[in-house]
Design a protein around this ligand. Sequence first.
Ligand code: NI
Length: 452
Amino acid sequence: MLYTNNSFLKRAGAGVLMLLMFTAIAGAQNTKYKDEISKKSKELEAKVIEWRRDIHEHPELSNREYRTAELVAKHLEALGIEVTTGIGHTGVKGVLKGGHPGPVIALRADMDALPIVERTDVPFASTVTTTYNGAETGVMHACGHDTHTAMLMGVAELLTEMKDDLQGTIVFIFQPAEEGAPAGEEGGAALMIKEGVLENPTVDAIFGLHIQSGLEVGKIAYRPGPLMAGVSDFKIEVLGKGAHGSRPWGSIDPIAISAQIINDLQTIVSRNIDITRNPAVVTVGAISGGNRSNIIPEKVEMLGTIRVFSDEDEQLIYSRLKSISENIASASGGKAIVTVPYSSHLPVTFNNVELTKSMLPTLETLVGKDNLIEVVPTTGAEDFSMYAKEIPGFFFFLGGMPAGQDKATAPGHHTPDFYIDESAFVTGVNALSNLVFDFMEKDIKLKTSMTE
Ligand code: NI
């Protein structure tokens, strides 16, 4: 806490320590750095756009972000930032120490693209192809991670230029594999955390953003508490006894059992979850069994996904899923083997309530009251949740849809027509930089309330 006293003394000046004067000076400094950040964000715009187009034209799939990581590392090194590469495969970490001691704040961007053939007509559209899961496909930044990386490169340059004024340390996290590591590999936020990205220095809080193709440019959307869903996939194997389709009495029919299980799974959300507190989703997305009209198979396999906004709901759904499947199967003389989570799990992306609320004035000053929107939770998932489980985190959505466009016509994320208006980047750079400065100003109060 020493640094807080230092910064107080610095601001108040050594002589006449009048509280009023302190407030006035602190206020003046506040506006000064806000103006400075605005000016620099604008100056950096062309560079950020250039980086973004370069990354967009050269997209790389999860855990294969070699070129992107090199671009990032070279930029950070050129700025004089302390750089570590190869964290969690291709992850890059940069540490920037401010002119004054203070808290450690992490800013995170993801770097990976998706196996999608780009269909936009932008001059920097991707023509990259690769083999994915055995099939030829294009590679495209169809979720905007290229924009996140470029904006954070801009923030790194801006904060380096202003580092003498920084009362603390910034950790830049450029993360691979947000979309999930290839089969058989680890990756993403979980692996970076495992490899110590939040240590040396120990990070106090983390900020991140996601561009949105359906939110108008100039707008920011947020939500204290659960913002994005916790996701688990599951597998149910129903084991029965095969027979000729004409003599079903000799079988234990796994298809009939599966039909009952699917029906009863619908009651988990409608009868077990307190939907007045949080919504939830249970979806069976794949079912396979049998290969011919007159053969009752021995086995049926089902795959599905679960979305929740609280850890308790997650545990409840796991247990109901098992109980319903196992009991229905055994009532018919068969057996159900439930694996949940099956191959992937991400916790709820939970925005620390105190942190979020205390950062809202920063965003409101930037975009104006009407452009700062509190949103309902989204059932999509984000592995930023892994960091926010370790330390207080704040993740928000940045508008990237061209002004005046109808949201209904905006191409969605993970689609071949995904499109982002580049005028969003100034707001993104500005927002992250301001959050850093304001967090450092408010540090003592926040640290106490965030851990309560
Ligand atoms: Ni994404």
